[in-house]
Design a protein around this ligand. Structure first.
Ligand code: MRU
Length: 354
């Protein structure tokens, strides 16, 4: 178990165009650290669907490599039409894995675009797809670092900060978005105390965030989601930083269920609520958060989490995996290009473009 994320990335490609995608199986953490190999597109789809790989930027990277894996089955003699047909099949299939994180669709569009106008052999096209997937991964790493640099300026030495879900290295190809801010602040000599919300129902905060932070030597305290308001009231939290799965053109932000409640609590207690996200998480085609599709997941995640039944079979269950925090509750969005502050349609367009 003494493996650090620095030596073991969340996902990696092994080999050339006939290689395979490897990823940490996050459903096993923190008890077991194991990588899985994805040699076919169905395995990539299942890994995204069941949250073996999760977090918006990591889903985008996994899907990009998933396209390469999916195209490996095509014959080298196939013509341009056959290649195009298989590419549509693979990308449309991967697009059905999860609905909310826009990075998935952004990455698939990017993969389709780079070969759309490309003449050449099937091999040359798959090589181009692999190059693009690698570029998406590298860019993601750079975006995380830049988000860390911009966000660290918002935090002061000695502060208590709260985060929800996991927006760390496990959710990206780099150091994370929200957690990158904490790592950069710590590297700049600021001593932070991070409170990690447990994040019901799948416990990404408990299983993943507290695992990452403690491994990186960050002073961390795990709390149940229902404790956040009280801990704020006790004066222990001075800022909240979360990630995002999709941000609409007006700044409304979808993130893990429970984020909206945290943002409301922060407002009541006069605490700044920050969102850290790369430009690839913005969906400028949506005017507001009302249009963001919210994933609903299986009832068993709530009634029978981690194999132990905790509710009667006959009870009705509602399990939205994300919620939307309105722009007016967000003090700033920390992007790789800089801070969006205040957050509204004009400032978002100024930073991201139309
Ligand atoms: O369901 P998940 O675990 O994929 O949800 C992840 C989140 O909500 C993260 O906060 C978000 O994707 C940002 S990751 C940098």
């Amino acid at each position: 178990m003494a493996i650090s994320l620095a030596s073991q990335p969340t996902l990696r490609w092994d080999g050339d165009i006939s290689g395979s995608l490897w990823m940490i199986d996050q459903t096993l953490l923190p008890l077991e650290f194991r990588e899985i190999e994805c040699r076919d597109v169905e395995t990539v789809w299942e890994a995204i669907r069941s949250l073996r790989v999760r977090g918006a930027p990591a889903i985008g990277s996994a899907a990009a490599y998933g396209v390469v894996v999916g195209m490996q089955t095509i014959s080298v003699d196939s013509d341009a039409a056959g290649f195009a047909e298989r590419l549509v099949q693979v990308t449309e299939y991967l697009a059905t894995s999860r609905p909310t994180a826009v990075n998935l669709f952004w990455a698939l569009d990017r993969m389709k675009r780079v070969v759309a106008e490309l003449d050449g052999s099937t091999r040359a096209k798959i090589e181009r797809l692999l190059k693009e997937a690698r570029t998406i991964e590298i860019e993601d790493r750079e975006m995380c670092a830049a988000i860390g640099r911009h966000g660290a300026e918002l935090l002061e030495d000695g502060q208590g900060v709260l985060t929800h879900c996991n927006a760390g290295a496990l959710a990206t190809a780099g150091d994370g978005t929200a957690l990158s801010v904490f790592f950069a602040a710590a590297a700049a000599g600021k001593r932070l105390h991070v409170f990690a919300d447990e994040t019901r129902p799948l416990l990404q905060g408990a299983r993943l965030t507290s695992w990452e932070l403690t491994r990186r030597g960050i002073d961390t305290t795990l709390i149940c989601d229902s404790m956040a308001g009280w801990v704020m009231r006790e004066g222990k939290i001075h800022a909240v930083v979360t990630g995002a799965d999709r941000i609409a053109a007006n700044g409304d932000t979808a993130n893990k269920i429970g984020t909206y409640s945290v943002a409301q609590l922060a407002k009541v207690h006069g605490i700044p609520f920050y969102v850290a996200a790369p430009s690839s998480t913005f969906d400028m085609s949506l005017a507001s958060g009302d249009e963001i599709p919210i994933e609903e997941r299986a009832r068993e995640e709530i009634t029978c989490g981690f194999g132990k039944q905790t509710a009667p079979d006959e009870v009705a269950v509602y399990n939205p995996a994300f919620d939307v925090t309105p722009a007016e509750l967000i003090a700033a969005i920390i992007t790789e290009r800089g801070l969006i502050r205040p957050v509204n349609s004009r400032t978002v367009v100024d930073m991201i473009g139309a």
